[in-house]
Design a protein around this ligand. Sequence first.
Ligand SMILES: Cc1cc2nc3c(=O)[nH]c(=O)nc-3n(C[C@H](O)[C@H](O)[C@H](O)COP(=O)(O)OP(=O)(O)OC[C@H]3O[C@@H](n4cnc5c(N)ncnc54)[C@H](O)[C@@H]3O)c2cc1C
Length: 392
Amino acid sequence: MQKTRTFCIAGAGVAGLTLALALAKLKAKVIILERNEQIQEFGAGLQLGPNAHRALNSLDLEDDLQKVSFEPDGLDIFSFKQKKPLITLKLGATARKKFGVAYSVIHRADLVQTLYKKAKKSKYIDIYFDVQNFEISNIQENPLVSFKCKDGFEKEIKTHAFIGADGVCSATRTNFINGPQSKYSGYVAWRTLIDMPKLQDVLDLNNTSLMWGAGFHAVAYPLPHRNKVNIAIFTKESMSVGFGIRQAPSLPTSVNADPRLSKILELADEFKHWPLAAVKTSTWHKGAVGLVGDAAHAMLPFQAQGAAMGIEDGVILAPLLINEKTAVISFEKYENKRQERVTKVINTSASNGKIFHMRAPFSAARNATVKMQGSMNHFSRLGWIYDYNPLD
Ligand SMILES: Cc1cc2nc3c(=O)[nH]c(=O)nc-3n(C[C@H](O)[C@H](O)[C@H](O)COP(=O)(O)OP(=O)(O)OC[C@H]3O[C@@H](n4cnc5c(N)ncnc54)[C@H](O)[C@@H]3O)c2cc1C
């Protein structure tokens, strides 16, 4: 009989916790190292496509997620200044019927808490918080991991593999597998939450809204169990000055001519200025140390698939780590299975940024095409993303 394998994961975010649950389901021992003192409330809304739900459902999370998420009926696409949407793409029950699972929106913290609660109940998973630093030796086989917590607690673990799920600025990527630093993308997200009742006459709060302007765009959707509407406005900035709280996003004054955006700007107390960084590398492992989620492939959020790709990574990597003879073979097979798909999603996201920000006269042609394509076109156009089953 095969001996139980032990894995160490850096990062208790979406990707790290998903991988931990997928490994625990296969009865492997998992140790998670998280640098924060507890699970953090950072981030805001996330859209979870059917592909993400299919992966999460395989970890028996469907009921728990349903309690904290919302399935919008559709996606209203607005062009600047227009009163009515160009088109409403069908989601909700139509998406469920087409893909067999939900298309939902959720607060990132609620997704992470749902994963964390399940992980906490598992006898196979141990989580250490406040981890100040970790070191890995024997990278090629059975990595030896030593770590130290803020209170002085130290431990050394012999593992079958070490996985960095430590996000866009991953220390695993830069310190242990010779991967590159993340790069500023040139885009900034301005994030805020507004009380739902304040926006009920401004947006259809059964739907997600996508608002296109010249050189910027905005996304809004309700998070009903928090009674908030999640808002993200995306602009381009030549040089990022880092994260921070601002009164208002840098937008042209002409934005006030748009009936929805002007109201959103008026109602928001403040915005989080969120420079978007990306990771471009095909180096996802060295020996028995590998990467999942943003650590491997942080991308622009314009296809709303960054977290979904990390979720798919976890569900796909776990059985390979259990069933393959060595961790090296597992990571090689994982890369072969993942890199083409993830690269296609990265490129689609980048190209959406250009389409969403188009200026006249190109925006007129874009609007005409979107109208002509109709309210169901996205199901076939994006079927390769949503129909994907990571368990196949
Ligand atoms: C504006 C915006 C909108 C988005 N919208 C969507 C969307 O609609 N749908 C979607 O699917 N995705 C979306 N994304 C992307 C999504 O948020 C990310 O892809 C996802 O959260 C990444 O998860 P992760 O677990 O890989 O990394 P993270 O969430 O960054 O988690 C990394 C974890 O590792 C920990 N950590 C970091 N360094 C260390 C260390 N040295 N030691 C120990 N622990 C460490 C961190 O504290 C954290 O807990 C959006 C992103 C942005 C910015």
